[in-house]
Write a protein that binds this ligand. Sequence first.
Ligand code: DGJ
Length: 700
Amino acid sequence: MNKLIHLTSKNHSIIVKVDSIPEIIHWGGKINEVDSDLLFAIERPISQARLDIDVPLSLCPELGRGHFNAPGIEGHRNGTDWAPVFQIIDQQIEAQSICITLRDDIAQLELLVELHLDHDSDVVKKRITVTNKGESEYYLGKLSSTLPLPNHANELMTFHGRWCQEFQTQRQRFEHGGFMQQNRRGRTSHENFPGLFVGENGFSEQQGQVWGFHLGWSGNHELRADVRSDGRRFVQAGELLFSGECILGANETYQSPWLYGCYSSNGLNGISDRFHHYVREHIISFPTDKPRPVHLNTWEGIYFDHKPEYIMQMASEAADMGVERFIIDDGWFIGRHDDKAALGDWYLDEDKYSNGLEPVIAHVNEKGMEFGLWVEPEMVSKESNLYRNHPDWMLGLESYHQPSGRWQYVLDLQNTECFQYLFDRINDLLTRYNITYLKWDMNRELVQPGHNGRPAVHGQTKALYALVDKLLAQHPSVEIESCSSGGGRIDFEILKRTHRFWASDCNDALERQTIQRGMSYFFPPEVMGAHIGPTECHSTNRQHHINMRGVTALGGHMGVELDPVKEAEEEKAAFSHYIALHKKYRDLLHSGRSFRMDVADKNQYVYGVQGEDETIVTVCQLAMPSYALPSPLRITCVDADAKYAVTLIEMPKASFQLMKQAPKWLDQTLTLTGNNLQEIGLILPILDPESALIVSLKKI
Ligand code: DGJ
C-alpha cells in the first residue's frame, strides 16, 4: 500500500500519503493535479547518526515508531502496552473526508482517525477514537490530534488572558523547541483559550501564510506546537486527562474532541473568514433567523437589588431606547442577596417578587421585548437548601477540604439525581415563565473535581453538554448565552448548543477593543455579546465617552448593561442613537465578511465588515496617534472597478483636541472608485485617544 489521497476544498488541498501509516504531506494552497513523480520528490533522506529508517510524522505520531516528540497517544495496560505501533486495517475515502482505522494487535488497541475538509469554508477538522480491544483495562493518558505544518511556518501567535482581559495575543519565534499550553481549570478558561496560529515570518492581518487551530472543547486541554530537531513541525491538541481519568474496559472507547484548523495565504483575515464561515454553516444554529435582538442586561444596573416595580421602569426605559430583549441577571432566586448564598435554589424569591415574576415578564413583553433570565446551574452555595439537603452532590474528593471560588462549589453533574434535579428546575422555569433566553453562567474553576473518587472533568464536561442538550430538546426555541465570569467558556463545542458568548465582564471600551479583536479571529460578530456600559466602567473605573463605548459595542451582538432609569436624558439619547445605528447595520455586521487591517499607527485598530453592496470600516484610536497626521486608509477589499459613495457615519461629537481643522469631505458624500480607494486611500480626521469613527462605502 503506497498511495496519495488528495482532498480538495474550494481553495485548498490536503494530501495524505498512505504507506504503512498515514501522513499528511501537504496542507495548504490548492494542487490542481498531483504529479506522478511527487512520491519521489518528497522522499526524505536518512541522516547520519539517527534511526536507520524514515519516521513519518503520522496522523497519530507514535513513540514506539521512533517519534521522539509528543506522541498522539499515551497510556498503558497495568504498566505494559505503553508504546503502541499501529498498522492500517481499513480506510474509507470520500470526497471531503478520510476515515482510517488502525490497529496494534500486540497492545490490543484500535484507532479511528477522522479527517474532514469542509469544501466551502476550507476548514479541516480531525478527531481520533481509541477502542480497547483487550480484556484488561487500558489506562489512557492522552489522545490528541496532530496536524503538520510546513518548515517555513516559523512564527507563533498564541493567546493568554485572565478575568476581564480575555483573548490577549502574544507572538514568538517558532524555530526550535516549541510551545505548550495546559489547561487544568475545568472550563475552557480565560487563561488558556484553546487556539493558536502559526505562520510564515511576520504574518499579519492581511499578509502571509498562516495556519490557524482551535480545539472545540470546554474542559481541560493540552495544546502544543513543536519543532522537531529535523525541522518538521506540527500542532497537537487534545483533552488533558488527569491520571486515572480515563480507564477503558474491554471494548470501551474514548473519543477526542474535534481539532479544527485552516490555512490562509492572506494573513489572519483569511483565517477568520474561514472560521466564521464554518461557524455560521456548521456550528451555530439559531432557532429562527430573526436579527439578533438588542439586549439590556440588569447586572451592572442593579446587581442584587431586585425590586420588580423598579425593574419594570428599567424595562420601559429600555424599550424606549430600542432594546429588544430584557434579561434579569443574578439576584432573582430565593435567598440570593449577595454572591455568598443560594446557588442551587432555583425558585423565585417571593420576598422580592411578591406578585411573582409573571407581571414583570408581561410588562417586558407588552413593551415589545423578549424576556431572558440568568442561571448558574452547575453551582451550589454552601448556604443553600440544596447543599443542606444534598451535601454529597458536590463535585469533590471525600475527606479533602476544597477551596471555594466566589464562595461557591461545583455540583457533580454525573450524579444522576443531581442532573435530574437541575434539569427539572430549569425545565420548570422555562415551562412556567415566558422565557426565551437563558444567560447560563459558570463562575468558578474546578478544584478536586472527583466523581466517586475518580477525576471527572471529562465526565463533567460531557454531562454539561447533555444537560444543555436535554433542555434545548424540550425548549427548542430558547436561546442560551454561554457566560463564565465573562469569557471563561468560549469554544466551538459549547457554541453548538448556545447562541451567544458573554465575551468579558469588562465593559471598558478600550479593553474591549483588544478582547473583541482577539475573539474575532475565531468567532463572528453575531455571537460576541458586546454591551455599552456606564460612563465609569465598573471593572476598571475608567471613563469613556459614549462615542467610544457605542462604537465598540456596535460591532458585536449589541446590548446595554446599566440602569437606564438613572442615566441622563442626553446619555439615553446617545444609547438610542447607537442602538439605531447597530440595527441599521446589523444585517451586514452579522452576515458579512469581517476583516482587520494592518495600519501604520500602532495605537490604532482598523476593522470592518464587507457586504455585497456596502462595507463599513471602523477606526478606533486606542491611545495617542503615533504620528501627527493619520495615514491614508487604503481599503483593499473593495472592487477595483466599482464606484463607491463614501460617507462618514459616525465620529466623536465632542470637540477635537488634536485636530484644528477637519478634512472638508466629512460633511459630504464622496464618490470614489475601488481602484482609488485601494491604491491611494482616504485621509481621515485626527482622532483623539480613546475615540472612534465609522466610514461607509456603498457601491453605486
Ligand atoms: C458573572 C457574569 O459574567 C456577570 O455578567 C454576571 O452575570 C455575574 N456573574 C452575576 O453573578
